[in-house]
Design a protein around this ligand. Structure first.
Ligand SMILES: [Fe+2]
Length: 397
């Protein structure tokens, strides 16, 4: 049986929805990002370095003011996943391997190198690409305690972190999880852009809407039973916050239908021992079902993986890092979908003191084509606290 499941994971990648970004639309995104990049870098007052931190109001203004210039095909391609898979591969942005330089050894170098205007090849323009795409889908945001609050994160393997449950790891299996499951402001949509993946390392995705649980099991998992704690990278300060029990499953519209089932799941940070045996059995059944329906997305350069963070959990298969500048390199953006409903009770959660960096805030989201929200109309100021510890080397991805 195990062999059958393994085969299912590796031989049927098309179980994930796939969309094609028309070539002209891909070139339009690249061209607009290039224009914005040149505009910011050519300012005479030496503020180009600030822009490259992705916090410069001038950069954010440019993104908001110009994202509407992109062809509608971009917004159509980048809309949230539409099938029960809860994930979509979007192909393909035009890229050349030489244009963004060697894979950095950690997110710190990735951020620093992209900020060096004089560096011949860096990934700043691709950060702008990711922001434009994310802004086409919703509201990009970051975390104060993650990768210095950057709105676009870099996921690369880092020496010394091979065995962590983190995006910097390589040799260990990154177990399936909801991104930032502990927090009420977690992303609705996770956007992963592939710059480089020479060893065909797979990202795993499992949709709760493809699981087959009994009514009794779903009932148990819908009851608020256990908290989800911040992962170890957030440090030890969370103990002073109360840990409220959360439901693992929730239905946005119905009383229990699978079609609108959502989940919030991170077993590595869920104190299962505190639950009774009946709940633990139901939770184990959910884990087994998520494994059964798991599919693997092997991204190639220029492809994007969209993960509906309310519907699907994600992880990564083990691999051996090269550390020679050619390693797997992904860009990641968290996106809030303003039209998405969450449990009203989440508004009362303390989030263990963690705060988001949310420079884009929708005032209204008038519907445009086929129910796809038009871009937001206003944004709030950037709130940054760069004194927070670095989370980037130990975060999930
Ligand atoms: Fe993750």
């Amino acid at each position: 049986m195990k062999g059958v499941l393994s085969e299912r994971k590796t031989l049927h990648p098309l179980e994930i929805e796939r969309r094609e970004l028309p070539a002209a639309a891909g070139y339009a995104v690249r061209a607009l990002a290039r224009e914005i990049c040149i505009t910011l870098d050519s300012r005479p007052d030496g503020t180009a370095d600030v822009a490259r931190t992705l916090t410069d109001p001038a950069l954010l203004e440019q993104i908001d003011a110009r994202v509407g210039e992109l062809p509608d095909a971009v917004r159509v391609a980048i809309r949230p996943p539409a099938t029960t898979a809860g994930a979509t591969i979007v192909g393909k942005l035009p890229l050349t391997d030489a244009e963004f330089g060697p894979t950095p050894p950690s997110w710190v170098e990735a951020a620093r190198w992209s900020g060096e205007v004089e560096r011949r090849a860096n990934s700043f323009e691709l950060d702008i690409v990711m922001l434009l795409l994310a802004r086409s889908a919703g509201e990009p945001f970051g975390w104060q305690g993650q990768q210095g609050g950057r709105l676009v994160n870099n996921i690369v393997p880092s020496p010394g972190h091979e065995h962590e449950q983190s995006g910097a790891s390589s040799k260990t299996l990154l177990s399936p999880h909801t991104e930032d499951a502990f927090h009420p402001d977690r992303a609705n949509l996770l956007m992963l852009g592939c710059l480089r993946n020479p060893d065909n390392v797979g990202t795993t995705v499992s949709s709760v809407r493809r699981t087959d649980l009994s009514e009794d099991e779903r009932l148990l998992l819908r009851a608020p039973t256990l908290p989800i704690l911040p992962d170890v990278s957030y440090g030890t300060g969370h103990e002073r916050y109360s840990a409220a029990p959360l439901p693992t499953l929730w239905n946005a519209e119905s009383d229990g239908d699978t079609a609108d089932l959502t989940l919030r799941y991170d077993p590595a940070y869920t104190p299962l021992d505190a639950a009774d045996a009946e709940f633990r059995v139901a939770y184990a059944r959910l884990a087994a079902e998520l494994d059964r329906v798991c599919v693997t997305a092997v991204l190639t350069p220029g492809e994007l993986l969209l993960v509906d963070n309310d519907v699907a959990v994600h992880g990564r298969v083990p691999f051996t890092a090269r550390y020679d500048g050619t390693d797997r390199w992904l860009k990641r953006v968290n996106v809030r979908l303003p039209e998405r409903r969450r449990r009203a009770a989440e508004a009362d959660e303390n989030g263990y003191g963690q705060r988001i960096v949310a420079p884009f805030r929708a005032v209204g989201n008038p519907l445009a084509i086929d129910g796809i929200p038009a871009r937001a109309t206003a944004r709030t100021g950037v709130r940054l606290d760069t004194t927070q510890h670095d989370r980037g080397t130990v975060e999930h991805s």
